[in-house]
Design a protein around this ligand. Structure first.
Ligand code: GLN
Length: 241
């Protein structure tokens, strides 16, 4: 069994250590004896919709989002939609999450069109949300760090990834954090999010491996250190909301 990961726009969309999510996915697969190949896709290069099992789309500044949005309005956008329709999984964080949705309307300037693969819409709010983000998800605790001025609202096709306990999450109003639609996941948790939230990493690995290998049962790993880090970060978040 092998896993193919595509890191989308790593030069433009990779702030707050988001690259650590690709490292975590690859390492948790390799610890299980699964071969891993990772490829980057830069703006202007050609995306092969057949290749990747899993896409990672990190966070970025408005300017970078503008460049990426233009690339997603080229053939690459259709190729990415085709890949998702054929069962590829994705983890998107903050700016990447916003661009998998319908649009991101910044505080100044025109709307930045998204891919429309997730039924979410984002518009800049008055207050930038910066700080620890602790949320409760069905499969476990979700802990990370948020820094965004975009407020994201879920449409009927998307469901919340988690419920906010500390912090703001999607919009600071409806207590939702992130979104899940099919095998696509969006979150506002930077950090990087996956090292301290192993349940999320393994959920994505199973979805990605199922694309070419059918039903997958991952061997459990000793996550004692990861969960200790999660508990410690959650304590800090509770102490310093
Ligand atoms: N520019 C977007 C916002 O501020 C995304 C920021 C990010 O990816 N951290 O909401």
């Amino acid at each position: 069994m092998d896993l193919r990961i595509c890191h989308l726009y790593p030069d433009l969309m990779c702030i707050y250590g988001d690259r650590g999510n690709v490292i975590t996915l690859a390492q948790r697969a390799r610890w299980r004896g699964i071969g891993v190949e990772t490829r980057d896709l830069q703006a202007g290069e050609t995306l092969d919709p057949e290749w990747a099992d899993l896409y990672f789309f990190g966070g970025g500044q408005d300017q970078g989002q503008d460049v990426v949005s233009k690339d997603l309005r080229s053939a690459n956008g259709n190729a990415l939609r085709q890949a998702f329709a054929a069962g590829a999984a994705a983890l998107s964080v903050c700016g990447g999450y916003q661009l998998l949705g319908h649009e991101y309307v910044p505080a100044e300037g025109p709307s930045i069109p998204g891919l429309g693969a997730m039924d979410v819409t984002t518009r800049a709010g008055k207050v930038r949300f910066v700080g620890n983000l602790l949320a409760a998800a069905p499969l476990g605790t979700l802990i990370g760090f948020e820094n965004h001025s975009g407020y994201t609202y879920l449409g009927p096709q998307a469901r919340a990834l988690a419920t906010v306990v500390v912090g703001h999450g999607n919009n600071g109003e409806d207590k939702t954090e992130g979104a899940v639609q099919g095998r696509l996941v969006g979150t506002y948790c930077h950090g990087s999010v996956l090292p301290k939230n192993p349940w999320l990493a393994d959920m994505l690995l199973v979805w990605a491996l199922e694309r070419r290998h059918g039903g997958v049962q991952l061997e459990p790993l000793d996550d004692s250190e990861e969960l200790a880090a999660q508990r410690s970060a959650a304590e800090v978040a509770r102490a310093r909301p």
